[in-house]
Design a protein around this ligand. Structure first.
Ligand code: GLA
Length: 402
């Protein structure tokens, strides 16, 4: 009798616990209605550094349309550092009058007239990384001006912040952007220093997880001043492992902007770079000169089937499920129940790479169709596992559909 009473109590406890679960607090995204899939666009920094001007930005917006990038889904045209030179007597930020003679509002209007969106850069410290005025102490004034100009995207850097607390600094700019009432994508560029994946989901739409990318395959390189280090593309990829759970619609891990087309890697390596960024649900922010792309580079950046993996509405970041020396398997679950799968060869000799259905969370006996997304070719139905020869530094991306 005592035993059955305990059981009843236990059942009631279980019921109460089950009912409670849906109301348990969960990490929330900032619900500003933007970036429900990873943002896609172009940013000036990787190719042009401080060499920005209104003529260049206008021609880049033109090229985004004529090259087919806009049709492929790229939307934001973002000016990085060096557009700003000083503050006026009332504290308002002033654009470089030589390089932006028509002013930022006119430039934003031009970008909008092309059916695109416009972005700017600032910094949470007193100075930007290129020693231009930052936003510290001017957050609400800057956000209001950006909104008036028609800014749709703000990249917010972390130089000259001294002892400032990152969560406080980014929350202040979050509040300032929210107060404008304009939906502005908030891109937090804090380099992963204070582990933003643990707290940034309710503050911004994307956050950098590492230091700056450099246009090379792998290996940390010392900066010119002897400091450490610029990161190769694969160094950054390795640093994404374990961060998957923080990403989702409206809030993304950002492994930095693309180097595809900037000349430091081979076409095959750029294909791998783009495949891995798609798998990571990373923002796809091109960093090359869109006015002079080779057909091979354009074909990488505009591949609709690879972009669809990145933009899948479920918004899950892919994860590495297998690593054996230079062979890696990465998997991203898609909304329709299928899986995007990467078979990656980091090495310099061709090798066979296999993925088993159990790696994908499927039962072994399942028969599933396999499609090679780079080749745009159906490879037929397969049961249990899929194997392929993968060339040096190649990434095969397949879609496995039960
Ligand atoms: C930092 C950022 C870069 C770029 C530069 C601009 O290094 O991480 O992405 O914005 O500043 O100065």
């Amino acid at each position: 009798m005592g035993k059955s009473f305990f059981n009843k109590k236990f059942v009631l406890f279980l019921l109460a616990f089950t009912l409670y679960i849906p109301f348990a607090p969960t990490a929330r995204a900032w619900d500003n209605g933007v970036s429900l899939t990873p943002p896609m666009g172009w940013n000036s920094w990787n190719k042009f550094g401080c060499n920005v001007s209104e003529d260049m930005i206008k021609s880049m917006a033109d090229a985004m349309v004529t090259s087919g990038m806009k049709d492929a889904g790229y939307q934001y045209v973002v000016i990085d550092d060096c557009w700003q030179v000083r503050r006026d007597e009332n504290g308002f930020i002033v654009a470089d009058p030589q390089r932006f003679p028509s002013g930022i509002k006119a430039l934003a209007d031009y970008v909008h007239s092309k059916g695109l969106k416009f972005g700017l850069y600032s910094d949470a410290g007193k100075l930007t990384c290129a020693k231009r005025p930052g936003s510290q102490g001017h957050e609400f004034q800057d956000a209001m001006l950006y909104a008036r100009w028609g800014v749709d995207y703000l990249k917010y850097d972390w130089c000259s912040t001294d002892t400032r607390n990152a969560q406080e600094a980014y929350s202040t700019m979050h509040d300032a952007l929210a107060a404008t009432g304009r939906p502005i994508v908030f891109s937090m560029c804090e380099w992963g220093t204070a582990k933003p994946w643990l707290w940034a989901g309710s503050i911004g739409n994307l956050w950098r997880t590492t230091g700056d990318i450099d246009d090379h395959w792998e290996g940390k390189k010392k900066w010119a001043d002897g400091g450490c280090c610029s990161l190769g593309m694969l160094d950054i990829v390795d640093m994404q492992v374990g961060l998957e759970g923080a990403a989702g619609p409206g809030h993304w891990n950002d492994p930095d902007m693309l180097e595809v087309g900037n000349g430091g890697m081979t076409t095959m390596e750029y294909r791998s770079h783009f495949s891995l960024w798609a798998m990571l649900a990373a923002p796809l922010i091109a960093g090359n000169d869109l006015r002079s792309m080779t057909p091979e580079i354009k074909a990488i950046l505009t591949n609709k089937e690879i972009i669809a993996v990145n933009q899948d509405a479920l918004g899950l970041q892919g994860r590495r499920v297998g690593k054996d020396g230079n062979k890696e398997i990465w998997v991203k679950q898609l909304k329709d129940g299928s899986r995007a799968v990467i078979l990656f060869n980091r090495g310099t000799a061709e090798t066979e790479v296999s993925v088993s259905w159990t790696d994908l969370g499927y039962p072994e006996h399942l028969s599933a169709s396999v499609r090679d997304l780079w080749a745009g070719k159906d490879l037929g139905k397969v049961t249990g596992k899929f194997s392929a020869n993968v060339g040096p530094h190649e990434t095969l991306v397949v879609k496995v559909t039960p």
